[in-house]
Design a protein around this ligand. Sequence first.
Ligand SMILES: Nc1ncnc2c1ncn2[C@@H]1O[C@H](COP(=O)(O)OP(=O)(O)OP(=O)(O)O)[C@@H](O)[C@H]1O
Ligand SMILES: [Mg+2]
Length: 392
Amino acid sequence: MSDGRTLLDELAKREVVICGGAGGVGKTTSSAALGLALAHRYGKKVLVLTVDPAKRLASALGLASLGSQPTCIDRLVAPHLGEPLRGSLYAAMLNVKDAWDQAVHRYADSPQTVRRLIANPYYQSMIETFVGSQEYAALETLFQLHASGEFDCIVVDTPPSKNALDIIEAPRHYSEFAGARLISLLTSPARVGWRAFSFAAAPVSKMASRLLGSSSLEELIDFVEGFQSMNAGIQNRARSLYALLQSPRCTFVVVTTLEDVQFGEAEMFTYRLRELGMHLRGIIVNKSLPEFLATDGMEKVVLNSRSPEKVHNGLPGAVQESCTLAEVETVSEMVQLLHDRAVLERKLRGTVSHLGRAAIVTVPLLPRDLSNIEGVVEIARRISPQTALQEG
Ligand SMILES: Nc1ncnc2c1ncn2[C@@H]1O[C@H](COP(=O)(O)OP(=O)(O)OP(=O)(O)O)[C@@H](O)[C@H]1O
Ligand SMILES: [Mg+2]
């Protein structure tokens, strides 16, 4: 399986498509492009839910801002397709605070607890510091939107996490955070020792030491009690979330570049998906260099460019006058860099299929700004060969 048609056909069978991968590999761009391709090719009503606080999806779609309410963007996209958009495309941006507030309303034991918890400074700090807070909020929002049945498919653009795994580990992190550890940590840190806790609980100690000076112990106890009252509800929800993520209705797409660190994260991500019984149906190899850059012929160009004087001397007179030897040296270094990266890509390309039994699509590194609708349409075309998008 290795083309865009196979990838889209696979994804079109699902209700939830989650795009994960290392920072900066093109998750937001790919999510928007997949959403567009699924809407246009299959006539589906698709929502792209972004978790990116940098508002990249909004700017990519030509919107000044994007709220947490799904906004129809058909009229924005259609002029760039060159034909009427089949299906319908919506976009929404996660509001982490709103998502947590809604979770508090849903799971806290009384309206009084809701009021006190939402006003509590520890609660605010927890939202900002707890590992996976944003990812958990995203999954909560996804769950609600999916349950509403309003969309045929929801494509989730995952946040620029430090760790690609945060999105799938979020319910587990939350369970650890809100479980017995929170109580014991906050009530007897001296006895147990801060260091004894896992990294999932670490933000609590940071948060407590940051806030203890300014807040009363009463607020801290209120926070812990309020949070604990949500525990049973959240544990149930975490189970339902995992059930949705593991069901055939949901699939993951890993976006990666062929660079060591990014590819390493993709490997970890797909390994963990398998462990958790979640499905990987698509791999997008993004920002790929032309393969000829790694060939022997290119090796000769690189060898030649290692002697910039020769290159400079060989330039036609007018060109030689208009550029300095130092500039030629810089260009030589760039050629060397491109070749080295292409060689690494060739090596890693051979291992992409080890990530899982999924449809693989390669998208080239495009030499232009893609952070606008034209960019999204362009990537959608690259992802969907032989579809109507191709002709647009
Ligand atoms: N195939 C491509 N060719 C050239 N530039 C690309 C390509 N794909 C994405 N980009 C550019 O790379 C940058 C990062 O892309 P994007 O924001 O989609 O990545 P991301 O994985 O969502 O990043 P983050 O982890 O920060 O959320 C953007 O400027 C985007 O326009
Ligand atoms: Mg992003």
